[in-house]
Design a protein around this ligand. Structure first.
Ligand SMILES: [Zn+2]
Length: 250
């Protein structure tokens, strides 16, 4: 199919807990993706869209777990960066007869509604959307700024927590009963944390956001890059200690 180009390597998926699936990132400027399945309606809710090129491999990975991409009805974004949002444009094209609703927060919503390529692909990256086979167009996005909690299915309710520092539009999705955190690029497994040197990033703000998230009770840490962890609290604590020790140099 013509919209599937280049990187067709399968994004390997696994069910983390019942009806919540993890798909690990491809190598080139891609991100982890997560799916929540609504058991009653078979609807699929997607968290982050990847870089677009990886979509074909993502669909393959989904198929292996009996998940049909045509059932994706909602896309929740963690922030406005290329490796998380570019897939949205392709997805909207592929599902144009039944396009999913897109959800994002504040600055991310604004960036996507304006179709502002310079914010999606920081110039420092040295690539353009066109080179990745995507045309950035203004999108209709549901803004989560005023929303505290979203009910995705009878099983999953995610709280929205604003956590800037990596970018202006960065949020975490938190499921308190299942103790699941989808933090985007705020914190990663093993004590690492997001970059703060892109436009809109700030070390001080990043430290505050990690400190804030540290108060949540997290078992499943499902970040935008690298692996996932079933030891969330400990990993977030470690990231906080690491960034605090760095912060003292600034
Ligand atoms: Zn990012």
């Amino acid at each position: 199919m013509m919209f599937f180009e280049k990187d067709e390597s399968e994004k390997t998926g696994k069910e983390v807990i019942k009806n919540l699936f993890f798909f690990s990132e491809n190598q080139m400027l891609d991100c982890n993706q997560y799916i929540v399945k609504n058991e009653d309606t078979s609807e699929l809710i997607l968290f982050d869209a990847g870089n677009g090129i990886s979509l074909a491999g993502f669909f393959k990975g989904m198929e292996k777990l009996n998940l049909n991409y045509e059932n994706i009805t909602k896309v929740f974004l963690t922030h406005e960066h290329v490796d998380h949002v570019l897939g949205v444009y392709k997805l909207m094209n592929i599902l144009k007869n039944n396009p999913p609703e897109i959800f994002a927060y504040g600055a991310t919503t604004k960036t996507l509604e304006e179709g502002d390529e310079t914010k999606i692909l920081p110039i420092a990256l040295g690539i353009t959307a066109r080179r990745l086979g995507v045309e950035i167009i203004p999108l209709k996005v549901n803004d989560l700024s005023q929303i505290k909690e979203i009910r995705i299915s009878s099983e999953f309710k995610f709280q929205i927590h604003y956590t800037p520092g990596h970018s202006l539009g960065s949020i975490c999705y938190y499921e308190p009963e299942k103790r699941v955190l989808i933090p985007g690029d705020l914190v990663f497994k093993g004590g690492s944390f997001g970059r703060y040197d892109f436009p809109g990033g700030s070390l001080k703000t990043l430290i505050n956001s990690i400190k804030y998230v540290k108060e949540l009770d997290v078992t499943y840490l499902l970040p935008g890059h690298m692996g996932i962890s079933e030891n969330g609290n400990k990993n977030i604590e470690l990231s906080y200690r690491m960034i605090k020790s760095m912060g003292s140099f600034y």
